[in-house]
Design a protein around this ligand. Structure first.
Ligand SMILES: C[S@@+](CC[C@H](N)C(=O)[O-])C[C@H]1O[C@@H](n2cnc3c(N)ncnc32)[C@H](O)[C@@H]1O
Length: 312
């Protein structure tokens, strides 16, 4: 395997990985018992390299795709997508030659709609758990809306709080770059976020716009997930906390996770609502990095440095 750029991940990312892993395990157990199922698949749309470096310990830890491959009972198929060719290659190498693992190098906003979602149709008795874990505003609303309409796709979404804070939700909205506004529009699905993100009060020389808290924006996004995308069950977003038990998703250096389990009907078993507040709650590490993988030639990059341009 050639050189691959690995992310150095913080405490809350490890929590996120653990929650998704546990949720995926419960999901897979439930779907395995469902006689009519013609397959339940795991989709990782912003898959990463498959391995990260823990900021806490300096050790290599498995990323979400590797965790999914280790879930027992196993998913019937795996779809991993990453824009970065080196990372896609690393994932191929980690997964090895398995006919039920599909790795795509490309923009997940295109690959999901064209290649992956058509293989998870409700009418074909197929079901999917889809992790949408972008660094920032790189997810198109059309993907989320399609997942909601399909009724067969259950979604975990990492809401890009940091990128929105840094690049969009400015005190003076008129100073925000047009390119950033367009990114937010693509994520939101239209320009209505602006009415949500800024409260208007009448002033002497016209309306005064005042920035709302990010929580207001998240709430409005949840409403869109229900009312427009059609997700039946949209739980409260999960506050991410650091080792001191302090919420980190109000901090512009962190992201919040909005888990969206839905449509599993009676089988729905959302494990993802409670967040451990202290490191001890995480339990012993239960991940396995395959012996064939040698990340020693990897360069380390910081996980949460969102570029101010539209690319990651
Ligand atoms: C936060 S990391 C993913 C971490 C991974 N989910 C985990 O927990 O192990 C985001 C990844 O998305 C990739 N990426 C960025 N934009 C993308 C796009 N439009 N389509 C697919 N992948 C993209 C980046 O290369 C990066 O590897």
């Amino acid at each position: 395997m050639g050189k691959v750029r690995l992310d150095e991940v913080g405490y809350w990312s490890e929590i996120k990985l653990d929650i998704v892993r546990k949720y995926a395990t419960a999901y897979s157990k439930i779907l395995r018992k469902w006689d009519l199922s013609r397959g339940h698949v795991y989709i990782d749309a912003f898959a990463g390299a498959g391995v990260h470096i823990s900021k806490r310990t300096g050790a290599y830890i498995p990323g979400s795709p590797l965790n999914a491959l280790n879930v027992d009972p196993p998913f019937s198929e795996f779809y991993f997508i990453d824009l970065d060719g080196g990372r896609a290659e690393a994932l191929r190498s980690l997964a090895g030659p398995q006919e039920n693992v599909f790795v795509y190098e490309g923009d997940c906003n295109v690959v999901l709609l064209r290649e992956v979602f058509p293989r998870t149709r409700y009418e074909a008795y197929r079901r999917a758990l889809c992790l949408l874990d972008p660094y920032g505003l790189h997810l198109d609303w059309e993907v989320v809306r399609t997942a909601g309409q399909m009724e067969s796709v259950e979604v975990f979404l990492n809401f890009p709080v940091m990128d929105i804070h840094m690049n969009v939700l400015w005190r003076n909205p008129d100073k925000v770059q047009e390119s950033q506004v367009r990114r937010m529009d693509a994520f939101w699905g239209d320009a209505s976020w602006r009415d949500v993100a800024y409260a208007r009060t009448p002033g002497l020389f016209g309306d005064i716009e005042e920035k709302e808290d990010i929580g207001v924006v998240v709430k409005a996004y949840q409403k869109r997930l229900r009312d427009i995308a059609g997700f039946r069950f949209v739980p409260e977003p999960m506050p991410m906390r650091n080792t001191q038990g302090v919420r980190v998703n109000r901090d512009p250096k962190a992201s919040g996770v909005v888990p969206l389990p839905h449509r599993l009907k009676a089988q729905s078993h959302p494990l993802c609502i409670a967040v451990p507040a202290a490191e001890a709650d995480l339990g012993a590490p239960c991940h396995r990095v395959p012996s064939g993988f040698s990340p020693l030639d990897g360069r380390v990059s910081r996980h949460w440095e969102v570029p101010s341009s539209g690319t990651s």
